[in-house]
Design a protein around this ligand. Sequence first.
Ligand code: CTP
Ligand code: MG
Length: 169
Amino acid sequence: MALLSLDSFLYVFKLFLPALVANGSPVLLREGYPLDFRRNFIDGRRILGDGKTFEGFALGLFFGFYTGIVEAIVFKNMFFIEIGFLSSLGALIGDIIGSFIKRRMGLKRGDKAPLLDQLDFIYGAALFLIIVGITFDIPSFIIFQVLVIFLHIVTNRIAYYLKLKPVPW
Ligand code: CTP
Ligand code: MG
């Protein structure tokens, strides 16, 4: 296995593209019904907060899965249908866990949590892929994370200027 070849990086990119789409698409929603049913955790704070909704979850899963289908067609490999599902489901669950952690830290919806905000969904997706035995090159995965942090900053700024998000992060 070649370390840090362009091929291995592109493979990581293909595996995580549905996760990126799944994580990015719920922002298009203005509001929805909160996944935590507006309930508080034992610490008196919201379990997840208003930023995690059923509608957002469904939309993310739909677009993420759809991305996998498009990849399957483009790369002529049906394996990407499975990837699309796992990568986006893992991303959405990772993002939910990220919000759960943020609420426990006393951070409000939309408050900044550097690295956690940018990487929760990536690690969720990675876990789901690894669980079913899909492996990838770690150096490529690290480079990919750096790219995602950069992309996250740029796209959130764009979403803020388009008034899709109330804060630029
Ligand atoms: N979103 C949603 N449902 C989800 C995930 C995201 O409706 N399952 C929408 C929400 O409108 C959310 C936006 O996408 O505000 C951006 O997601 P994210 O940045 O993860 O949420 P934050 O508002 O920053 O909330 P948190 O502090 O919980 O991360
Ligand atoms: Mg988040």
